[in-house]
Design a protein around this ligand. Sequence first.
Ligand SMILES: [Zn+2]
Length: 571
Amino acid sequence: MHGHVPGLERNGLSTLADLGFWPAPRLCRIVYALGILSFVMAFIAMPPAARAKESDTPTQVDVLDKIIAQEQAEMESLRKYSPLVETYIQIRRQDKDVGVAPGGDKYFLGRAMLAKGVTLERLAHDTRRGHNGLSGSFANFFSMEFLQRGFLQMIYLDMNGFDRSHYEFHYVRREFLGEVRCLVFDVDPRVKTEKGRFVGRIWVEDRDLHIVRFNGIYNGSFIFSYYFSFDSWRQNAGKNEWLPAVIYCEEGNVEHPVAKNRMTPAFRAQTRLWGYALDHAQEEQELTRVLVEVPGDQTESATDYSPLQANRLWTRQAEDNVIASLEKVGLMAPYGDVDKTLEAVVSNLLATNGLDIQPQVRCRVLMTSTFESYAMGRTIVLSRGLLDVLPDEASLAALLAHELGHIVLGHRMDTQFAFFDRIRFDEKNTFRHFAFSRPLQEELAANRKGSELLMNSPYKDQLATAQFFLRALQSRSKEIPNLISPHLGDRMPTNWTIASTALSGPAPKGKAADMPATASIVALPLGGRIKVDPFSNQLHFLNSKSVGLVSENERMPFEVTPAFLYLTPTK
Ligand SMILES: [Zn+2]
């Protein structure tokens, strides 16, 4: 389909620009591999006169050849991976109050078999068919087939002919992405009409010449081919490897009248990939577990287990088995910083309520964007997506208090998972296999208990935001059904009145009494808090400065936003 184009041998490197633009001093501390540096320097030192040259010097050609070779090697090395791939699409509609708001969503989670190209095995998808807010011709626009393959495709620039015979490269400038210094090129197919060719810009880290970001579109008609603009980011996995991590797509502009004539709805989508090193992570995990769990603290003075202790150990074994299974398939993050923070909040709640629960309450985080929150045994599980959108610590405390409510009230978990045969199952059945939702009765009881715990806690005077958060979630629930539908646990307790005093502060002027003051944020956009290491699945809190709100339309509660990764070089 993509034929070789003869007669176009001229390398397109003719627009060296912005040479004096780059601030030099910061670069000194970076050590460059010999050889590459000289290529790069040759680039930068190119005199302006070179711009007009018809043919390129061997050095320029060398750099381009190296970039292309590196990208070919990247495509080849990706074949050994089977990462998880999650795509979340949010349709955007006009809203008379806030300008633009979500108006329907779509969700897909699967495992990519990169050895077989862009093939995905489905783990989870829209939980509520026919209720995703899409209607008419839009409904079929994001077909399952497209969800599975279309977005995954965007981890590759061009699988079939990324070379100088098919592409022209125009050097633009140098630019930092995070801490990584990049050469920036505009890339165009030599034959403009060739379908599926990439048109856009690439960022190439200047040490080993890996493409770390590309932003553009695959050539061809959008309407007929379902291509749209995308921004594809790769993240450093160490060992001289850059792995596809996040792809952001956006199409249509609801604020702009032209959008109304389009055949497709305006939308934003984020595809995330993680779990590249699952086997490796698992080995480390096993080792730590053996070291930690040999001396049990139940045996301080006694050498036998009472039936009560045996029962507790049995439940913990069931919890451990579920955690291990979820971690193994890459759905749960390895224990780390974020879990410790959650456990600190739980400790606050327990200590101020004079509760000492044994065995200790643990917290773990699911990797998914969909909102999940549940307790199994003495383990509280929240999802990354949910943590992302929480406006403050008191809101986090409220959700944890609800789950603690289940634990304090002794709501049971299914301990069948303590049997090791019960955790052997086909990966694609994970969500069906583990179900931790509870009867309404227990939910209401956990709400009451949760309120009680909160009212004795240091968070008791800060619960208004938590209440606003749950209300915002409830009012948006029809527009983001797939984001808020849990795959494993309970639905979010959106009807929960946390504390009767939570909203009794002074009512903000000019707003209904149940609306928060203009300056406060009821919920953050997706990706607002947690960053993911796609290789190890480790989670960390984002280290970003809080940006003062500028306007109403910058609030974006629960919304998909563009991704901008802070890239770091191999140390
Ligand atoms: Zn619950």
